[in-house]
Structure formats: structure tokens, C-alpha cells
Design a protein around this ligand. Structure first.
Ligand code: PLP
Length: 445
């Protein structure tokens, strides 16, 4: 089938992607029988690979029992159980779970929940959202407005709503040589203090950030102490803290939630991707008790909702995924294989003059490509290096998740690798070998 004969409106309107017909552990097989190692779980989604029998069985069982019941009238068993599981695993006071069907929906719900919270407690002037540059929170218009990916936003200006953007916490790009990591983290966090003061604290509802930045900048962890200081600043000004863990959460970094490593709990947390591991579309907002109680004891009704929220088959998938991660001790494997992945990336790319940074946590790693390592100058965006790497990798039977640098030149093309939690050493070796060949070919092109 070609792009001309297909009736599907593919996102890349000029390309017909291969047709995936079978999942086999960490591999996807296409209609021609070609096998691809899934080195990024798609977009950091498929954390159990593509054929886990326990998850598939759980979905089938749920479909046999009841496939759908509108949440306006019914709850369902997998939704109740999954909420309990998440609330028990979550940090701080995140005790209630609001289910949706994906990451952008989770972000939209969290933003509206933050605003409604302030209405319920009699502070309706708090409606502004502060976010960060070089972030991604989804493609729906609200999520796009808080997102800080200049390229994605550019053609949709003016946004439906305006958000203020502060600098990300991005040591490789923004730390000065005369600063320690801690000093830099403090300086980056203090931008939030300034932004809140400038906006007027009584007008700010929430600050949203990805604890470890995913797609837009490539597995960028926060500097030590950064998130703690962010938490303090939010508390001082009564601003809600939203962590968007759609990509970095649900075990990807080696902790159940990325923020666990930093010992900081938000007021609202969005999760998706790894929650259903791609077996079903599902996302969720984990909500602090205080916010839930304000709505319950106030109007009693969250003014939001979607037809498929809490879908029984999606929740059954999510529950089975979480049970497999717990029962098979997969976080331990994420940490073990994450360390192996880091070592392999450092061995393969450490001396590459065009690889400026190798970073990440757990099985959430990236390399950033630069034209000049000493100046950190980026490649010309017109070269579309990330797209060439993706193509070269696919030709070699490897799926990775490369992304272009920001159009303001604040970081270079990067390649995100986020393989399934079930990988072993042979997958890591194959991944890094094929990625190395693909990067070499793209740089030579
Ligand atoms: N938030 C983050 C941090 C993401 O990485 C993504 C997707 O990549 C989203 C939100 C949007 O999720 P979805 O594509 O499921 O709408």
C-alpha cells in the first residue's frame, strides 16, 4: 500500500508507514515479515513489550464480563482496583484518581481541576498557569498552550489561552561553569518565584512541569534540589504543583513515579503511556485529598468528563500491567538494564565528536547531537538530522524516538531511547549497535 492508495490520514501525510501485524515481546513484525526491536516503546509507551499474555488475558476477561458502562451511572471493578493500586503507590496525599483516555486528556483535566479548586475555595482570581519552555504536555489546545515546544506552538498562535513560560531545568544547556549543580538548580527554580511575583500570586492557579523532561528535550532530569525548591515556592504562594509524568512516570525512570527519586510530591500528577503500556488507551490524574475534598464539599461536581473515562477494558489492562510490574519485580530490571544501557551508550557514543550529552534515568535515556562539542552548537534544523536517524534506524530494524532541536536553537536534535522494562542484555546490545550505525549513517549523509 502506498500513501496514495491508503485512505488513512497519516500524520506525516507524505509517508505510508509499514503495517505492523504482530507483536513479539520487545519486537514488532510488519506485513513483510521484517522485525523491529522497539527501542523506545513507541513514544515511551510499551513498557511490557507487545505480547504480554497476562495483560491480553485480562482485557479478554473484562470484555467477556462487560465491555462498557457509562461512568455517569456506573463504576466498574477494574477502575476501582486500579485507583486503589495507584493511590497506594503514589507519593504524598495523592489519594484519588480521575481516569481519562490519554496524556493530553489527563493534562486538560488537571488544569481544569486546579482552576475549579480555587473557585470552590472562593479564590476565582487564581486562573493563570505557569509552565516551562522545552516541555511537552500534549497536543490538545489547552495542553499545547502550557507546553513549551516553540515549534509545535508556532503555527497555532495566538493560543486559546495564554500561559507564562519559565526556563526549564536543563544542566547541559543552561548551567554556568561557575555554578555547582545545586546552585544551578536553585537559580532555575527561582525563576518560578519571579514569575509568580510578576503575575501576582493571587492570580496564579498552578505550575506544571515534567519532573524528567521527555519528548521535547530528551530525558532531561532535574538538578539536585530543584523540585524541592519548586515545591517550597509553590507552597509559599499557594500555587498548586502539577507534575506531568505522562512520559517519565509509571516506572520508566526506575521508580514508580519519577518524582519519588527527588522526594517531592505534587498536588496533581498526570500519568498515561506506561499506565496501559499501549494495550489500551488510558490516562489518569492523581489528585491530592485536599483538592478532592474542596470539590466534594463545595459544588460536589467536577465540571469535566469524557465518554470513555474509566473504560473497563482500559482499566483492566492498566491493572494487569501494574500487577505484572509488581509481581515480576520489573522496577529492579529497569534499574539494572538502565545502568547497562547507560554504560553501552557511553561506550558507543562517549568519544563521538557529535554527541554532546548522554543523559536520563532508568530506561529513559537520550543522546543529544551537536555540530560542535565544545561550543554545543546545534545542527542546522533544516538538515532534519533527527528524521534521518529515525529512517536509518527503521531500515536497520530499530525503533527509537528522535526529535528535532527547538527552533530557538536552545538544544540540539536528540534521540530518546526507552525500551520495554522486560529487556535483557542482548536487547541492549542490539539497540545500541543499531543506533550507533544509524547515527553514523545520518551524520555521514
Ligand atoms: N505529557 C507528556 C509529558 C507527554 O510526553 C505526552 C506525550 O508524549 C503528553 C502529555 C500527551 O499525551 P498523549 O499523546 O497521550 O495525549
Amino acid at each position: 500500500m502506498s500513501a496514495r492508495t491508503s485512505h488513512v490520514f497519516h500524520r506525516n501525510a507524505r509517508l505510508q508507514p509499514p503495517i505492523a501485524v504482530k507483536g513479539d515481546g520487545c519486537y514488532i513484525v510488519d506485513a513483510d515479515g521484517k522485525r523491529y526491536l522497539d527501542g523506545s516503546g513507541g513514544a515511551a509507551v510499551s513498557c511490557l513489550g507487545h505480547s504480554h499474555p497476562k495483560v491480553i488475558e485480562a482485557i479478554k476477561r473484562q470484555l467477556d464480563a462487560i465491555p462498557y458502562g457509562h461512568t455517569g451511572a456506573f463504576s466498574n471493578e477494574p477502575m476501582e482496583k486500579l485507583a486503589t493500586h495507584l493511590a497506594q503507590a503514589a507519593p504524598g496525599g495523592l489519594d484519588k484518581v480521575y481516569f481519562v483516555s490519554g496524556g493530553s486528556e489527563a493534562v486538560e483535566a488537571a488544569l481544569k481541576m486546579a482552576r475549579q479548586f480555587y473557585i470552590e475555595i472562593g479564590q476565582p482570581s487564581r486562573h493563570k498557569i505557569i509552565a516551562r519552555r522545552q516541555s511537552y504536555h500534549g497536543n490538545t489546545l489547552g495542553a499545547l498552550a502550557v507546553g513549551g515546544n516553540a515549534a509545535r506552538r508556532a503555527q497555532f498562535q495566538p493560543m486559546l489561552m495564554e500561559a507564562t513560560h519559565i526556563a526549564p531545568c536543563f544542566s547541559y544547556r543552561e548551567k554556568r561553569v561557575d555554578e555547582t549543580e545545586e546552585e544551578y538548580g536553585r537559580r532555575a527554580a527561582d525563576e518560578l518565584e519571579t514569575a509568580i511575583q510578576q503575575a501576582g500570586p493571587e492570580t496564579v492557579a498552578a505550575f506544571i512541569c515534567e519532573p524528567v523532561v521527555g519528548a521535547t528535550a530528551g530525558a532531561v532530569p532535574p538538578a539536585p534540589g530543584y523540585l524541592k525548591r519548586i515545591r517550597e515556592i509553590c507552597d509559599r504562594h499557594g500555587v498548586l504543583l502539577i507534575f506531568d509524568e505522562v512520559m517519565c512516570g509509571m516506572g520508566r525512570t526506575g521508580h514508580m513515579f519519577a518524582c519519588d527519586e527527588d522526594g517531592v510530591a505534587p498536588d496533581l500528577m498526570t500519568v498515561a503511556k506506561g499506565l496501559g503500556a499501549g494495550y489500551q488507551p488510558i490516562g489518569a490524574v492523581l489528585v491530592d485529598t485536599r483538592i478532592f475534598e474542596a470539590i466534594r464539599d463545595g459544588s460536589g461536581f467536577f465540571q469535566h468528563g469524557h465518554t470513555y473515562m474509566g473504560h473497563p477494558a482500559a482499566c483492566a489492562a492498566g491493572l494487569a500491567v501494574q500487577e505484572v510490574i509488581r509481581d515480576d519485580n520489573l522496577l529492579e530490571n529497569v534499574n539494572r538494564q538502565g545502568a547497562a544501557l547507560r554504560r553501552a551508550l557511553e561506550a558507543r557514543f562517549g568519544n563521538n565528536a557529535n554527541v554532546g550529552d548522554i543523559r536520563g534515568r532508568g530506561l529513559f535515556m537520550a543522546i543529544e547531537l551537536v555540530a560542535d562539542r565544545s561550543t554545543k552548537e546545534t545542527f542546522d534544523p533544516a538538515r532534519q538530522l533527527h528524521a534521518v536517524i529515525k529512517r536509518e534506524a527503521m531500515e536497520r530494524g530499530l525503533i527509537v524516538y528522535p526529535m528535532g532541536g527547538t527552533i530557538d536553537g536552545r538544544h540540539g536534535d536528540h534521540v530518546l531511547v526507552a525500551p520495554p522494562f522486560i529487556v535483557d542484555q542482548s536487547h541492549i546490545t542490539e539497540l545500541v549497535e543499531k543506533l550507533g550505525d544509524a547515527v553514523d549513517a545520518a551524520l555521514a549523509a
